[in-house]
Design a protein around this ligand. Structure first.
Ligand SMILES: Nc1ncnc2c1ncn2[C@@H]1O[C@H](COP(=O)(O)OP(=O)(O)OP(=O)(O)O)[C@@H](O)[C@H]1O
Length: 667
C-alpha cells in the first residue's frame, strides 16, 4: 500500500514537472518573439543569456539535452591546466562545502571552459547528481548547456544566481545554482566556483545568501592564488579599516623593493584603475609606483614592520583621497640571488637549482633525488621543447655517484640517419669509405662508466631502435667492422617532446624499447604552468647576465618582470633565455624595462597548440633563407638556432626537410 502511494506521488510529480517544462519552453519562445510577460525572468543577465541561446548558439528549447560529462582523459587535461589553482583552492573548497553540505548543496569548480574539474557532493545521491550534470567532468559551457550559473557567469564575468526556471534547458528547471568567477592576477577568469542544489524553495531571494557566500570564497581563493603566485615578492596588504588589515586586508599589491608595482589582486587593480582613470585597469605595460598611488615614500612602506607596534600605517590614496591602512608582507622565499629554498636545500645542489617551489617541478626533483644513484633504472624525461630536459639530465648525472665520469649527450634528431649508427657505436679503421682512417670510438663507448643522454629519442630510426635495444639488454656494443664486442657500463637517460605512445600505435617506435627506456619518467612542466615562474625568470636573467659579463650588475625592472610573467612562453625556458639575452644585448642602460623586451613577449597569451605553433613559426622563419643563414654562420647550428630563437633540433629537422646536408657530413 505504501508502495502504491509512493508510486502515485512520483507519477504526479513527473507529470507536474512535464507541464512546468512545457510552460517554461513557451516562456523562452515568448522572449524570443519580443513579448514581455510577468512570467519571464526579472534578471536582465538571464534574459540576455536566453536570447544568446536562441539566436547565437541556436539551442532548441524543445529538445532538452542530457548532461554531458567529458571522458576521463579530457578531464585529466582540463584539471592539469588549473592544477596549481586547485591545489591552492582545496582548503577553501572543503571549508565552503562543510558549510553547505547539510543544506543539500553540492559544490563545483569549473575551469574557464566550463568543465567541472573539482566536485564535492553527497555520494548517496550520486545517480541523481550525475543525471543533473552536478558531477566531475560535466560541461557547463553556456553554448552547450544553455543559461546556467557557471556558463553565464563565464560569459558575463560576474557572480550570478541561476534559480530554477531561469535555466534555459528545461531539464535544469528544478536546480538552483549560484556561481562566482575566480580571476588570475591579470584579471582573466580562470575558473568558476559554483554551489548548486537539486531542490530549493521557489523564491529567488532564498539564494541571496548563497551568492554572498560563493562570492566571498571565490575572492578568498583568488587571493590565496595571488599570494602563492607572488610569494617571492614584497607585498602590501591594505584595507580601509584598520582592524581588518591583518585578518582580511582586501587589497594585495606585489611590489619591487623600489616600490614599483608588479601585480595586484582585484581590489588592488581597482585602486590602480582609479589612479589611471581607465578600464581595463591592468596592463603589463604600465605599472605605477606605489608612491604614485599613495601619498608616501617607499621608505615609509619598507619600514612598516619595524616602525609601529601594530605593524601597519595609514596612507592617503591620491586618486580617491581615502585613507588606507597598509601592512607589509615579507617575501616567504629568499629574494633575487638567494637560490636555495628550505625544501630545496635538502636536495643535492644540481637538483635544487632546477626550481624553487612548483608542484610539478618538486615531483621531478624528488624523484630525481631518489634515482640519482640507481644507474639500472633508465630515465625518460618528457616535456615541451625548451623546458630544460637536457639541464635536468645533467643535474641527475651531476648529483649521482657517476658525476666525475663522462656525460655524453647525443641529439638523435641532429645526426643524419646514415651516420647515426657509426656515431653511436663507433667503427674500426676502414669499416666504410669516408670514415676516418684510425676509426672512431662511438658515443656509447665514450659514455662508459658515466651517463649517455639520448635527446629526441622519438627521432631515432626504427632499425637503430632494434640495435639500441640489444645494447641495453646485452650491455655491450659492436663497432662497425669489429669482430669483438666492447663491454659497456652506462646509465641511460632519454628525452622526448613527442608522444611516444602515439608513435608506438602508428608503428613508428618499438614498444619494447619504450618500456626498457621508461624505467621512470620525469615530466617537466611548461614554463607558463610553473608556480615558480618568477624564480625561473630571475634565475635565467642572472645566468644570461653572468654569461655576458660586460655590465656591472644589470637589473630587471618590475614592468619587465610583469610582462614576462604574463606571457605564455611557447618556447619555454629557451625562449625566455633568448628574450633576456636580446634585452641585455640591445638595452642601452643597466635597467631592463618592458621596452627592452622582444615585441612577441608583450603579445597576448597563447594557450593552445603552443608546440605546434612554434614549429610552424620556425618553419616559416626558416623556409627561405636557411641555407644562407647556415653559410653565414659557418654551419654553426647553435648560432643559427640562437638567431632564429628556436631549438637546435628544430633547425636540424628543417635541414632534413629541405635536404640540406652540412659539408662535413657529405661523404
Ligand atoms: N632550470 C633552469 N635554469 C636556467 N636555465 C635553464 C633551466 N632549464 C633550462 N634552462 C635553459 O633553457 C635552455 C633549454 O634547455 P634544454 O636544452 O635543457 O631544453 P630541452 O627541453 O632539452 O629542449 P629541446 O626539447 O628543444 O631539446 C637552455 O639554454 C638551458 O640552459
Amino acid at each position: 500500500m505504501l508502495h502504491h502511494t509512493h508510486a502515485t506521488k512520483q507519477f504526479q510529480t513527473t507529470t507536474q514537472l512535464q507541464s512546468e517544462q512545457r510552460r517554461h519552453i513557451e516562456h523562452i519562445f515568448q522572449l524570443g518573439e519580443g513579448l514581455d510577460t510577468p512570467c519571464l525572468p526579472a534578471q536582465a543577465t538571464i534574459r540576455r543569456s536566453w536570447l544568446r541561446c536562441l539566436n547565437d548558439y541556436q539551442l532548441d528549447p524543445t529538445h532538452p539535452r542530457p548532461a554531458r560529462v567529458v571522458p576521463q582523459q579530457t578531464l585529466i587535461e582540463h584539471r592539469e591546466s588549473v592544477d596549481e589553482l586547485l591545489h591552492v583552492a582545496r582548503a577553501g573548497v572543503d571549508q565552503l562545502y562543510g558549510q553547505i553540505a547539510q543544506l543539500g548543496y553540492v559544490l563545483l569548480v569549473t575551469d574557464h571552459r566550463g568543465i567541472t574539474v573539482e566536485f564535492r557532493g553527497d555520494p548517496n545521491q550520486d545517480q541523481q547528481l550525475r543525471k543533473a550534470g552536478l558531477y566531475l567532468g560535466a560541461d557547463w559551457d553556456e553554448r552547450f548547456a544553455g543559461t546556467c550559473a557557471v556558463g553565464t557567469c563565464l560569459h558575463d564575468r560576474q557572480a550570478i544566481i541561476c534559480h530554477r526556471q531561469e535555466h534555459f534547458d528545461a531539464s535544469h528547471i528544478s536546480l538552483t545554482c549560484t556561481a562566482a568567477p575566480i580571476a588570475d592576477p591579470q584579471g582573466n577568469v580562470m575558473a568558476v566556483l559554483d554551489i548548486s542544489a537539486l531542490q530549493s524553495p521557489t523564491q529567488h531571494e532564498s539564494q541571496n545568501f548563497s551568492l554572498s557566500l560563493v562570492t566571498l570564497y571565490a575572492r578568498m581563493i583568488e587571493d590565496a592564488y595571488f599570494l602563492q603566485r607572488y610569494r617571492d615578492c614584497l607585498m602590501v596588504r591594505l584595507d580601509t579599516s584598520r582592524e581588518f588589515v591583518h585578518v582580511n586586508g582586501r587589497g594585495l599589491i606585489a611590489i619591487e623593493e623600489n616600490g614599483q608595482v608588479i601585480a595586484a589582486n582585484a581590489v588592488g587593480r581597482e585602486l590602480i584603475a582609479e589612479h589611471q582613470h581607465r578600464w581595463p585597469p591592468w596592463s603589463a605595460n604600465h605599472t605605477p609606483m606605489l608612491g604614485e598611488l599613495f601619498e608616501c615614500e617607499i621608505a615609509d612602506i619598507l619600514s612598516i614592520n619595524s616602525g609601529t607596534d601594530d605593524q601597519l600605517r595609514a596612507f592617503r590614496a591620491r586618486a580617491s583621497n581615502t585613507i588606507h591602512f597598509i601592512s607589509l608582507l615579507e617575501p616567504r622565499r629568499p629574494r633575487m640571488s638567494q637560490r636555495a629554498t628550505p625544501s630545496a636545500s635538502e636536495l643535492p645542489e644540481p637538483l635544487a637549482r632546477l626550481g624553487a617551489d612548483d608542484p610539478a617541478m618538486r615531483k621531478v626533483q624528488k624523484l630525481a633525488e631518489r634515482l640519482r644513484n640507481e644507474a639500472n633504472v633508465n630515465v625518460l624525461i618528457s616535456g615541451e621543447t625548451g623546458t630544460g630536459k637536457e639541464v635536468v639530465a645533467r643535474a641527475l648525472h651531476e648529483s649521482g655517484n657517476r658525476a666525475k665520469q663522462p656525460f655524453i649527450a647525443v641529439n638523435c634528431a641532429a645526426i643524419p640517419e646514415s651516420l647515426i649508427e657509426s656515431e653511436l657505436f663507433g667503427y674500426e679503421p676502414g669499416a666504410f669509405t669516408g670514415g676516418r682512417s684510425k676509426g672512431m670510438r662511438g658515443l656509447i663507448p665514450q659514455a662508459h662508466g658515466g651517463t649517455l643522454f639520448l635527446d629526441e629519442i622519438g627521432d631515432m630510426p626504427l632499425a637503430l631502435q632494434t640495435r639500441l635495444l640489444r645494447v641495453l639488454s646485452e650491455r655491450e656494443v659492436m663497432p662497425l667492422g669489429a669482430n669483438t664486442p666492447v663491454k659497456i657500463d652506462i646509465r641511460v637517460i632519454t628525452a622526448t617532446h613527442r608522444h611516444i605512445e602515439e608513435m608506438i600505435q602508428q608503428g613508428e617506435f618499438r614498444e619494447d624499447l619504450y618500456y626498457r627506456l621508461n624505467g621512470a619518467q620525469l615530466r617537466l612542466p611548461a614554463l607558463r604552468e610553473r608556480a615558480d615562474k618568477l624564480f625561473v625568470i630571475r634565475r635565467v636573467f642572472e645566468d644570461v647576465a653572468a654569461e655576458r659579463a660586460t655590465r656591472a650588475s644589470p637589473r630587471l625592472r618590475a614592468d619587465a618582470i610583469s610582462a614576462l610573467l604574463a606571457y605564455s612562453w611557447p618556447g619555454n625556458i629557451r625562449q625566455l633565455k633568448n628574450a633576456l639575452a636580446f634585452a641585455l644585448a640591445t638595452s642601452e642602460s643597466d635597467e631592463i624595462t618592458v621596452h627592452d623586451l622582444p615585441e612577441q613577449c608583450l603579445s597576448q597569451r597563447i594557450t593552445r597548440n603552443v608546440a605546434a605553433q612554434i614549429e610552424t613559426n620556425a618553419s616559416e622563419a626558416l623556409s627561405g633563407s636557411l641555407i644562407d643563414l647556415l653559410k653565414q654562420h659557418h654551419w654553426n647550428i647553435s648560432a643559427v638556432a640562437r638567431e632564429l630563437g628556436v631549438s637546435r633540433p628544430t633547425v636540424y629537422r628543417q635541414m632534413q626537410r629541405q635536404g640540406i646536408v652540412p659539408p662535413n657530413w657529405q661523404g
